[in-house]
Design a protein around this ligand. Sequence first.
Ligand SMILES: C[S@@+](CC[C@H](N)C(=O)[O-])C[C@H]1O[C@@H](n2cnc3c(N)ncnc32)[C@H](O)[C@@H]1O
Length: 285
Amino acid sequence: MIFTRQLLPVNAQFDALDPKDRVGPILAAVKASGIVFDDVWVETADSPAGEQLRAFARSFESAMAAALKREKRLDARSVHRLHLFAHSGTRIDLSMAKHADTAPWKGGIPRLRFPSEAPSRSTLKLEEGFLVLLDEDERARWLQAGMTAVDLGACPGGWTYQFVRRSIRTIAIDNGPMAESLMATGLVEHVRADGFRYQPQKPAEWMVCDMVEQPIKVAERMATWLREGWCRRTIFNLKLPMKKRWPEVQRCFAAMREAVPFELDLRAKQLYHDREEITVFATRA
Ligand SMILES: C[S@@+](CC[C@H](N)C(=O)[O-])C[C@H]1O[C@@H](n2cnc3c(N)ncnc32)[C@H](O)[C@@H]1O
């Protein structure tokens, strides 16, 4: 689900809760389910209206957690979380979801801190990409000090920064200027070249690409890197300013699959920090 941040089954809907007792009816539904939860989240929309409900959500979440505890419906070993989506203070949807089926952040939004040393806010896209597209084990195995990366369209270096902070040597391809702070680490080689023509002299663990170009052109170039073995895995952005985004994504993925003689593991998400674009991970399956 590329364009979906959070996906929850709706188990019950409360359209006119009494502000004097919102907990009661929800607790009754929880008890009837027989499920024990490890936690309760009250989520709101990522919109100005949702923002206005944040204070209510926090206090209602505490009240609900206390009630669940009292009724022995909370157990840290449970794989279920109780989600309450507040449309308003009196209209709430209830969802009983397994951790494995849902985003691990409220509203599917990882609240990442912008590292002050990073040269651009784009750094949060790659950081979120690592968090969303890779699991914990993959991050530990595939992002190790001493590995190598190529960053196509690197300037000023927000993505390169994500590798440098992990002591991964990075070749930064861009005609623009790289941040001095990154060059001073000695881990970055800046090559002024066309990212669509550049070929590495040695294979790299990673190639990442944030060049603003037609999605199909980027996708085909990414497939070439994987087919030729120039990198083992890649994360890249596909800019999708068009209305028919999903057909365009399908076209790009089909072109990539056709261009390589092996199965591709393709994972994609429109990240919270993305704009009119999606972030894709690709490797040989
Ligand atoms: C969105 S910015 C990249 C931001 C970067 N990821 C960061 O975190 O700081 C796109 C960059 O791609 C570069 N670019 C665009 N087309 C390119 C090409 N054909 N070859 C090399 N760089 C290119 C631009 O010069 C620009 O610096």
